[in-house]
Design a protein around this ligand. Structure first.
Ligand code: SAJ
Length: 452
């Protein structure tokens, strides 16, 4: 049975280890943090992902998987460690090289090393040379190296790990072949073979494409709002065009991917990446726009309530809906800033993050939705988590609301039918007026108090 050593038991490494173990490979997962390794071996993963506990239990029981802090010899090594950026927006590859250094200690002839972490163009080749120098082995002859970027969407990782197409870019043809045969164990999607540099750049381009499109949505929202148009209704209507698909404005862009990856292209191609840089700046500015709206609303509230501090409830602080991940979260940044300014009494409702963890980040525990809405003077909808979406919109009826994620937007499904309109109008004044509102004039100024 082939053995795999997966380095980095985070959002990508752990699910990949589980899927590989389910496919019949012998997998050891390596993490530098002992507490993470202990938790995983006790089947208490620290990351949240649908079905992760059941699947982890299964592979621990079959003994096809276990976690450790010490590297072991294996046939395949997968590097799935974080690649953050430095304060001056340059890729920080220290975790990649630390992993490569430890792999070099156990690497032997015939082994394959796969770099899954997102990296600037050219990194895979440099890592391969680094391994060759450290081990004295010859890359392409004694061992094989390729980049195979992960492409899964948090919240749907187990499905996407198997069905998504993968790009495999070896530092030479032999490496590409070796790595492709590895992914055949568990990927049902197509495996596209190319060079290491093309694979690296494809990943960066994919996420930059999405970042640029979110920035477009954010600019549309800002323009619309300036003239009192509901951006969610506007975008909904524009998207009725068969070739238009504008994304959804939120309180910013977060996570470890979109907010980071475009900078790796900007670093390598400063002259040819102006649009990417502008998009990054637009998305990074979004939380400050939201903070300005909150300040304005609080000032309005204070003008009519002289006696007490305004209570502001934030709904959601993770980087996007229905995940527990706080990395690069614009909503969390908004919370931090409000705490720092100390002008309001801040309440936070975040059902996806344990209160203890939230407290470590912002010194505040999460309160329940009911408590929060009851106590709040102003509700700020930051992240459209499913339990928030399930709320009866009437819950917000007597609240001042700033909706930054389209939580309160109700798409009007009615489509004008001349017969219905004219026919109904002559019989019943009330019914046609309600339906006309959605069809002709939209619902922007009547149904929702405020948008981002
Ligand atoms: N966002 C919006 N509006 C949208 C869509 C997203 O504001 O319409 C925001 C989200 O709220 C979030 C951020 O963008 O803050 C990123 O969310 P996301 O769902 O677009 O992406 P990630 O970072 O969770 O995952 C991305 C995915 N890449 C693409 O869709 C091109 C995923 O497939 C990658 O595997 C992942 O990055 C990665 O690891 O690179």
């Amino acid at each position: 049975m082939k053995k795999v050593c997966i380095v980095g038991l985070g959002y990508i490494g752990l699910p990949t280890a589980i899927v590989a173990a389910q496919a019949g490979l012998k997998v050891v997962g390596i993490d530098i943090k002992e507490e993470i390794v202990d938790c995983i071996n006790r089947c208490c993963p620290v990351i949240k992902e649908p079905e992760i506990v059941e699947k982890l239990q299964e592979v621990l029981t079959t003994k096809n998987f276990y976690a450790a802090t010490v590297y072991e010899p294996a046939d395949y090594f997968i590097i799935a460690v974080p690649t953050p950026f430095t304060p001056d927006k340059k890729a920080d590859l220290s975790y990649v090289y630390a992993a490569a250094s430890s792999i070099a200690g156990v690497l032997k002839k015939g082994d394959t090393v796969i770099l899954e972490s997102t990296v600037p163009v050219g990194t895979t080749k440099t890592v391969a040379q680094f391994l060759a120098t450290k081990t004295g082995l010859s890359v392409g002859a004694d061992f094989f190296v390729a980049h195979c970027p992960e492409r899964v969407l948090p919240g749907n990782i187990f499905q996407e790990l198997k069905v998504n197409d993968r790009i495999i870019g070896g530092i030479d043809r032999g490496s590409t072949q070796h790595v492709a045969s590895f992914y055949e164990y568990f990927v049902s999607g197509d495996l596209y073979l190319t060079t290491a540099e093309t694979a690296e750049m494809a990943k960066l381009v994919e996420n930059s494409y999405r970042d640029v499109n979110v920035a477009f949505a954010h600019q549309v929202a800002s323009m619309a709002q300036t003239v009192g148009i509901d951006p969610y209704e506007l975008i909904d209507l524009a998207n009725k065009h068969p070739r238009v698909k504008i994304l959804r404005p939120t309180c910013g862009v977060g996570g470890h991917c979109l907010a980071v990856d475009p900078w790796f292209l900007v670093e390598t191609f400063p002259e040819q990446s102006k649009l990417l840089k502008a998009a990054r700046e637009i998305n990074d500015a979004k939380p400050f726009e939201v903070l300005a709206r909150i300040s304005a609303k609080v000032a309005q509230w204070e003008a009519s309530h002289h006696t007490k501090t305004c209570r502001v409830l934030l709904l959601g602080v993770t980087y996007k809906a229905d995940v527990d991940d706080l990395r690069e979260s614009p909503a969390l940044e908004i919370a931090r800033q409000l705490i720092k300014e100390n002008q309001v009494e801040l309440l936070v409702c975040e059902p996806n993050v344990q209160s203890r963890i939230l407290e470590q980040h912002i010194g505040k525990r999460s309160i329940t939705l009911e408590e929060g809405i009851d106590a709040a003077d102003i509700v700020v909808c930051l992240v459209a988590h499913t339990p928030f979406k399930a709320l009866d919109k009437k819950t917000f009826a007597h609240k001042k609301v700033i909706d930054c994620c389209g939580l309160l937007y109700m798409p009007n499904k009615q489509v004008f039918s001349g017969q219905q309109f004219f026919g109904a109008a002559s019989q019943d004044q009330k019914t046609p007026q309600q339906s006309i509102k959605g069809i002709w004039f939209g619902q922007s100024h009547t149904e929702r108090e405020e948008t981002p």
